[in-house]
Design a protein around this ligand. Structure first.
Ligand SMILES: Cc1cc2nc3c(=O)[nH]c(=O)nc-3n(C[C@H](O)[C@H](O)[C@H](O)COP(=O)(O)OP(=O)(O)OC[C@H]3O[C@@H](n4cnc5c(N)ncnc54)[C@H](O)[C@@H]3O)c2cc1C
Length: 249
């Protein structure tokens, strides 16, 4: 029996209802007219992206100090649900941005990384989360992408499959094993920026559904990062007893 002071989890409060309704009204007004064309051309309409940022749903959990909405994971769920009623391709784009990419930075990044990337993710930059591989889907810990220390640099080699936002993203979180002996605790994440030499994306064509959602293969072909490089585009999550932490390499 539910207690009188605690509403059921299935019951939204007024603020949540208003939020969900406003995202749905946005989707109805701005997304619905584009759905057929985006699906037929298997392409997200680029003009839609700034509107999603303007609405604040590309940085839902990002704290206000970094320019985000400072809301909760549950708000992300509500936004994705409201968008997906109109177009699940837009829904999954917003989902990956918030629940995978931003979530990782908010929970595990150090202050420098938060400042550097959350500010961009809140304003105009899309992120992608690169975990799955040909032989590693549900069994995520079976991933074979390797990051090998080479002096003060890491060399990352591997191939990721089914990466949502792969065409629109400028920031890719790439999961790789740095220490095979540590099992799943030896897996870490690197932040790779589009344009990094050795990092490429290939579009997966002729999908049956979610056609406007860009799902790509990413390839790290001996991608090399030096901690002393001027671009400093790579950071890693290092293992700690309590879990993984994003730190500067
Ligand atoms: C639209 C879409 C977007 C995606 N976007 C991303 C992304 O952005 N980034 C990313 O890294 N990945 C992404 N993926 C990949 C996704 O994470 C994988 O598809 C998912 O992890 C499942 O892996 P799989 O497809 O290899 O299926 P498998 O792991 O081969 O599973 C196949 C079936 O077997 C079942 N199964 C698996 N293991 C067991 C078990 N031990 N016991 C019982 N049943 C089991 C599963 O439930 C499933 O029904 C995306 C996939 C899709 C479809």
């Amino acid at each position: 029996m539910s207690d009188a002071t605690t509403p059921a989890l299935t019951q939204l409060n007024d603020e949540e209802l208003l939020f969900k309704q406003s995202v749905y009204e946005f989707a109805d007004r701005e997304v619905r007219p584009l759905v057929r064309e985006m699906d037929e051309h298997a392409k997200m309409d680029k003009a839609l992206l700034p509107k999603l940022f303007e609405l604040g749903i590309m940085g839902i959990e990002i704290p206000e100090q970094y320019g985000g909405a400072g809301a909760t994971l549950f708000h992300s769920v509500l936004a994705v649900e409201a968008l997906s009623r109109v177009d699940p391709s837009v829904g999954v784009m917003v989902d990956v941005q918030n629940t995978l990419v931003i979530n990782a930075f908010v929970r595990w990044a150090n202050a420098d990384l938060r400042q550097r990337y959350l500010t961009r993710l809140a304003t105009d930059t899309i992120g992608a989360f690169c975990l799955s591989e040909a032989g590693s889907g549900s069994d995520a810990f079976a991933l074979t992408t390797r990051a090998v220390e080479d002096g003060d640099a890491y060399r990352i080699t591997g191939r990721k499959l089914w990466i949502t936002n792969g065409n629109e993203a400028d920031i890719f979180l790439v999961l790789a094993t740095v220490n095979p002996e540590a099992g799943y605790k030896g897996i870490t994440a690197f932040v790779v920026e589009r344009g990094t030499p050795g990092f490429t994306t290939q579009n997966i064509e002729r999908k049956m559904s979610l056609r406007a959602s860009a799902i790509v293969i990413t390839v790290c072909g001996g991608l090399s990062f030096s901690s002393s490089s001027s671009s400093r585009s790579i950071r890693s999550i290092t293992t700690r007893p309590s879990g993984y932490m994003l730190t500067q390499t």
